[in-house]
Design a protein around this ligand. Structure first.
Ligand SMILES: [Zn+2]
Length: 454
């Protein structure tokens, strides 16, 4: 039994159903879960550990619904700086094919450290290439050292260039092996209980890199285990053209034909969807990982998020891989989302524009809904003690203290001073608490240089 008392926060934003924002507030945590929440004066006066957040704003931990951690090794590659998705992928595939298990481990820790410092407490990662003996286990083990909750997606690619796919044959896998590995990972790592630190997601990469058969078999396996399904969908016009030419259908219709719609499915991106497709998402329960930076960087377009929200689609936020962002600052992503004010297809259901609080709602509650978790995403009694806090007394927020929560999303994105997962400090006084970062950065830079030399 261990307890943590957090008190005196200038403002605590719960993101509960009432959207309560409580001044001079805090939390009392027992064994990783919130036992009490409210005004500091109403909380117990003692605990095993006490955190005084005077002068800080306190929010639920942000939830990242889409990432490719390994891409921290290939940021800003010259030949991919000014490319759209397909050319960008073709440039990167041969570089990624050189990665080994150590590269997966180092890049996982770098990406998670960046996320934690941006207020993130739960992250999905989509790993879909396993070159040179690397495995998803390498990522899962590396993540445990950092301390963020991980939704590890076992990705896959099985249709190489010679079969009409986009990736080179050297990076695709045999489908029987993909399914056997997926099952092994589900048996070894997936935790279903409240407060789970590791969950497995099954995630064939995209319509242009896997077969229809693998999509169907993967869905069957995921549903046997009651886990989530994810894939990239409707990201670019090139993809739309590919599915129309190869399958005679738009991307969303293709998914529907494969049984890939439902409450257990979320799609990364969904930039090129029409009103009818947004309606299908709403009706069937499909979620969306919205990745504004990546969509802008690759000139993919802007997802019609306001129509999705208006129609009742679950929308979460994602930084996407670090080679198309090129960072993992989730709070920065929320700021961009609010700054863009959303986009719409101009349907009647769409709200006029996105508010700053709505962008934070997508980054917290929205992400939890997309990942299918009701134990995270808001600060409420009974939920996981996952939160972050920012010191308001800083240059970046000068002049905005009349609305501390708005400062977090409208002012320049800053780093979290405290990030706590299940009552454990991942970031303390602005530093990663669980690891020594400078040698890790050095090692990561060496690995990145090595990949480029080949
Ligand atoms: Zn992606």
């Amino acid at each position: 039994m261990s307890t943590l008392l957090v008190r005196n926060a200038t403002l605590l934003a719960t993101f509960d159903d009432q959207g309560r924002e409580i001044p001079d507030a805090g939390l009392f945590v027992r064994d990783g879960f919130i036992e009490q929440l409210g005004s500091s004066s109403e909380l117990p006066s003692e605990a095993d550990e006490v955190l005084d957040l005077a002068g800080h704003v306190l929010l639920p931990g942000l939830i990242n619904t889409h990432h490719h951690f390994y891409q921290t090794l290939t940021r800003a590659i010259p030949a991919a700086q000014d490319a759209n998705l397909f050319d960008w992928l073709v440039t990167h595939y041969p570089i990624w094919a050189q990665m080994n298990a150590d590269d997966i481990r180092i890049s996982t820790q770098i990406a998670l450290a960046e996320l934690a410092l941006s207020g993130c407490t739960t992250a999905n990662d989509h790993l879909y290439m396993f070159p040179n003996g690397s495995r998803l286990d390498d990522e899962i083990e590396a993540a445990q050292d950092v301390g963020l909750r991980l939704q590890a997606s076992r990705g896959s690619m099985s249709v190489g260039e010679s079969q009409g796919g986009l990736p080179p044959d050297s990076v695709v896998e045999n489908e029987d092996l993909i399914l056997a590995e997926s099952q092994r990972l589900l048996d070894s790592y997936h935790q279903a209980e409240a407060g789970a630190m590791t969950q497995i997601v099954l995630a064939p990469c995209s319509p242009f890199s896997v077969s229809q058969d693998l999509m169907r078999e993967t869905a069957k396996l995921a549903r046997d285990y009651g886990v989530k399904l994810n894939t990239h969908l409707a990201e670019t016009q090139d993809e739309e053209q590919y599915t129309i030419e190869n399958f005679g259908m738009r991307p969303v219709a293709l998914m529907e034909s494969l049984g890939w719609v439902g409450d257990d499915v979320w799609f990364s991106h969904s930039v090129h969807v029409n009103e009818e497709e947004v309606g299908l998402y709403a009706q069937s329960g499909c979620g969306v990982a919205h990745c504004p930076s990546s969509n802008m960087r690759l000139a993919s377009g802007i997802a019609p998020v306001l129509d999705m929200l208006g129609a009742g689609v679950k929308v979460g936020l994602g930084v996407d891989g670090s080679a198309s962002n090129d960072g993992s600052h989730l709070l920065g992503e929320a700021r961009l989302d609010a700054g863009m004010r959303g986009a719409s297809l101009s349907s009647e259901e769409a709200p006029p524009f996105m508010s700053g609080r709505q962008a934070l709602q997508i980054a917290t509650r929205g992400g939890a809904q997309v990942l299918g978790r009701d134990d995270i995403g808001s600060l409420e009694v009974g939920k996981c003690a996952d939160f972050f806090a920012i010191d308001l007394n800083r240059l970046d927020y000068a002049g905005a203290l009349h609305d501390p929560l708005a400062a977090v999303v409208f002012c320049a994105p800053v780093r979290a001073d405290y990030t706590v997962v299940g009552g454990n400090f991942v970031v303390k006084e602005g530093q990663i608490a669980s690891m020594d970062l400078p040698p890790l950065i050095e090692e990561h830079n060496r690995a990145a240089m090595r990949l480029l030399e080949k």
